[in-house]
Design a protein around this ligand. Structure first.
Ligand code: PRP
Length: 182
């Protein structure tokens, strides 16, 4: 697995610093809130970041999971998102949600999910991503908490996969081009 990695883009040490910074920001921002805070992990890629982040946040949080798939070609801006696994709870009126993502690419997934959760009646919805590729955006979207902006490279590890591999690497690495070009 390691020999498929060209170079490390975000090291374990940097990831640790990023997670601590975001957890402290979240604690600060929700200090005076009397609502429940729900960390909503979008499967599967976000599961590693979610696990680290939830341990670093000091205030009480609840957790939940959704799984979505987005369709449409890379050049389409009308990409549809379909929900494969929905939130368990129905009443979101007393819940502040932070959606936790591993990466933002086109922005379609998070912009859809924000709308969806607001329509479902969430008290508030914010977004948090470990990695952000602003150069790939197809819809106007920016997250509230961003770990690191990265260039448009093929990244794997820390939850991110190529063909379901590499998710368990503890760092974010750039895949060697020969692995994904045929
Ligand atoms: C990735 C990532 C986001 C989405 C971002 O998930 O975890 O959910 O793509 O892309 P967008 O900004 O273009 O919408 P993916 O579909 O690879 O699923 P996975 O997390 O299960 O690997």
């Amino acid at each position: 697995m390691l020999h498929d990695i060209d170079y490390i883009l975000v090291s374990e040490k940097e990831i640790e610093l990023i997670v601590s910074r975001i957890a402290a920001d979240i604690d600060r921002d929700y200090k005076d809130s009397d609502k429940k805070l729900l960390l909503l992990c979008i499967l599967k890629g976000s599961v590693v970041f979610m696990g680290d982040l939830m341990k670093k946040i000091r205030r009480p949080v609840e957790i939940d999971f959704m799984k979505v798939s987005s369709y449409g070609s890379g050049t389409s801006t009308s990409g549809r998102v379909s929900i494969m696994l929905d939130l368990y709870r129905n009443d979101l009126s007393d819940v502040d949600i932070i959606i936790v993502e591993d990466i933002i690419d086109s922005g379609k997934t998070l912009s859809y999910l924000c709308e969806y959760l607001k329509l479902k009646g969430a008290n508030s919805v914010r977004t948090c991503t470990m990695l952000d590729k602003p150069s790939r955006r197809q819809v106007d979207f920016s997250a509230d908490y961003v770990g690191r902006e990265i260039p448009d490279a093929f990244v794997v590890g820390y939850g991110l996969d190529y063909d379901e591999k590499y998710r368990t690497l503890p760092f974010v690495g750039v895949l060697k081009p020969e692995i994904y070009t045929h």
